[in-house]
Design a protein around this ligand. Sequence first.
Ligand code: PEP
Ligand code: MG
Length: 735
Amino acid sequence: MIEPLEAQARLDQIVMLIAKHMETEVCSLYVLRADGVLELYATEGLNPGSVHLAQLRLGEGLVGTIAATARPLNLSDAQNHPAFTYLPETGEEIYATFLGVPVLRAGRTLGVLVVQNKAAGRVYPEEESEALETVAMVIAEMIAAGGLEGLSRPGVTLDLTRPVSFAGLALCDGIGIGRVVLHEPRVIVSSLFNEDVDSEVSRLTEALAILRESIEGMLARREVADEGEHRAVLETYRKFAQDRGWVRRLEEAVRNGLTAEAAVEKVQSDMRARMMHLTDPYIRERLHDFDDLANRLLRQLIGQVGAGNGASDAVVVARNMGAAELLDYHRGQIKGLVLEEGATTSHVVIVARALGIPVAGQVKGVVSMAENGDPIVVDGESGDVHLRPPPEVHDLFADKLGFRAERQQRYRSLRDLPAKTRDGVAIGLQMNAGLLVDLPQLAESGAEGIGLFRTELQFMVASTMPRASDQERLYRAVIDAAGTRPVTFRTLDVGGDKLLPYLAHGLEQNPALGYRAMRLALDRPGLLRTQLRALLKAAGGRNLKIMFPMITDLSEIVAARTLIAREIEHLERFGYAPPNELKLGAMLEVPSLLYQLDPLMRMLDFVSIGSNDLFQFFFAVDRGNANVATRYDDLSVPFLRALRDVVLAGERHGVPVSLCGEMAGRPLSAMALIGLGFRSISMAPPSIGPVKAMLLELDAQKLRGELAALLDDPSEVGSARSFLKDFAERHRIPY
Ligand code: PEP
Ligand code: MG
């Protein structure tokens, strides 16, 4: 590799040598270009005329799959792999055995190195795969050092200056314009092979010791200062830093000839490769913590400790990241988040949403394409990401952002106005929350209180079961922050789409209809009792509202009440002050309750409709399945009739009825709810402004009359949406 050859001649030599030593018929190198295309740069065995002509897109074919997933593929029957794509110019269809490894440098895919054989049934052994990975690391250094410049066809250069757009998944609304901050700074490992195994092993051991110490230090510092979501993650790091298997693999790699940093990088690449393969969200999140730890160790070895980024317009770009790592950034500093992985339920996404950071997920290839400081635009509404956007794209989004900012400014000016309709009906606008980081929104949004505190978020963001004291501390902090404003705590709503990694959830065919929420909580009362006790203690001498999720049968309310009574008795026996006033409510999310509304109301102090789930069960549509979730309308006449029945039952019994699903945050739906008689609704904090702007212009009694006429007409079917839009337009109500 260090022979003084022209770049192409050197590559040709490399693939020839690999083929010879591994006794394979084919060895090819594909390089990832800035436009996301993998181009054949050198081959031994395939048609030489196809070099610089054969191309695959990221994710296309076996080679594209390896590049997109950053994970090796070792196959004995390549043509039958679902991702196989035939490139006629290379003549490769006769090769059955296939081993391809990504050419990775500091977590970034630069290309793919492949060996192939005709003989079917042969599998490349593990050592050969490892050897090929090591060669790929060396090639990566060569590419990074500019060793391939000028090799591609004219017009396609390897430089990362071109605009690229990605279509990702919209995970949190908003527009972010700024500069790329790679979450994992590219730590450049330039010396790969060690000269003295023993001294390298001691370097590694020393760095590990310093790493462990620094984690202890962080834990000690946070002991009193910060009991939030952060601590649990640090505790996981502490455990991982002691992990014997990890340390052994690192040492092994050093003993095989690598430097300590190259060993960390190699073990990290293997880990990432496994990570891509896993579907279990819990294990993925945990391996991700490992990945972060490996980065810290690398920085330790290379001496880049504490290299932070102070940019004020950061768009953080990462493969994936832990929730706590996002909290490490300054809130005002982050304009957006772009993830190669990431799903609605990822912890980091939950936290980003709480912080109001626009997020696009599943943005394949972005880490490879982005450089620190590159201009970037993330559109959290569509999921699109524009890296190094041309001026016209940048300006378009700058305009959109300006427009949004103006609107926000308008909403802010409404914040201190009372939420009263034009005809003087007061509407309680409450906010939904679930984490400590949500709390500043109480003042910022002008919410009257917290109408839904999703207690499961604390459990979902942690890597182990939050202790009773952790729960109590969070609840106390929430009640303190709310001051005189009411907070409605919902007890654990897990199961369904909200899985707790550390709690065994059996595989279910229909998790939404499965063992979840109160069903689980009443069967395993230990969990619920601990939570109830934490709530009761945190609210000692103050007001407390507790509500139970997914109530399906009234006996569940009786059982829950019994548990609460027992906990109160227990606390009083030990001299704790009970809450000043305790109100118990239920979420109405299951249609079975619609046919027992009177007895239901008699049992409760309040009811809150979970319209997300009620809609899901009413229409039998999976709320998380994009193919069907928007197929039916939540403003349909039958659904509105059901909602009205609940309001009327509440009125009959003097029991307040609220609604805390997503519907409450959409101005047109919120208008419909007020028209049905709702006097309190709870929504995500950013929705409070738009909903308030709507209701300030609304004549609630007039709408109630007109809507009643529509719903009372038995022949009326279908959606009330056009009626509602027409009403809003006639009365100049912004929606
Ligand atoms: C709902 O179902 O509408 C609700 C508010 O609960 P969640 O979205 O947490 O299931
Ligand atoms: Mg629900």
